[in-house]
Design a binder for this molecule. Structure first.
Ligand code: SF4
Ligand code: SF4
Length: 121
């Protein structure tokens, strides 16, 4: 009886849908309001620095960036420090800085977490 119960229990588990996914081939559907890596539209950034000032974790530095209209200060984001709170997105007056659903930013070197404005695509 105990053996039959054991076989039954194992069979039940084998037939169950797996609770894990074959990442990265398959990925979870993310919530609509998921907050991932930043995206910056350099054309509409007005270099006001509001995103850097509001950031609670000093994640954003305004750095010199070459544009069609000369050098401008634009946000550089250190993903290693980011809390993904989205305050920078909320405060941006031109909505040029948004948090995307992209969450893949693995690196071997912590310096690779620092994304220059040109890299925030
Ligand atoms: S999401 Fe929050 S912690 Fe990350 S850069 Fe924006 S304000 Fe800073
Ligand atoms: S708040 Fe928006 S417009 Fe202002 S510097 Fe940051 S990204 Fe640019």
């Amino acid at each position: 009886m105990t053996i039959l119960k054991g076989i039954y229990e194992v069979g039940k588990e084998v037939l169950k849908k797996p609770s894990t996914l074959e990442y990265p081939e398959h990925k979870e559907n993310l919530a609509d309001n998921y907050r991932g890596i930043h995206k910056l539209d350099m054309k509409t950034c007005i270099s006001c620095g509001a995103c850097a000032r509001i950031c609670p974790n000093q994640t954003i530095d305004m750095v010199d960036t070459e544009t069609d209209k000369g050098t401008k200060k634009m946000p550089q984001v250190n993903l290693d420090r980011c809390l993904f709170c989205a305050l920078c997105e909320e405060v941006c007056p031109t909505q040029c800085l948004i948090l995307t659903k992209d969450y893949e930013y693995e690196a071997y070197d912590r310096r690779d977490y620092v994304r220059r404005p040109e890299d925030l695509k």
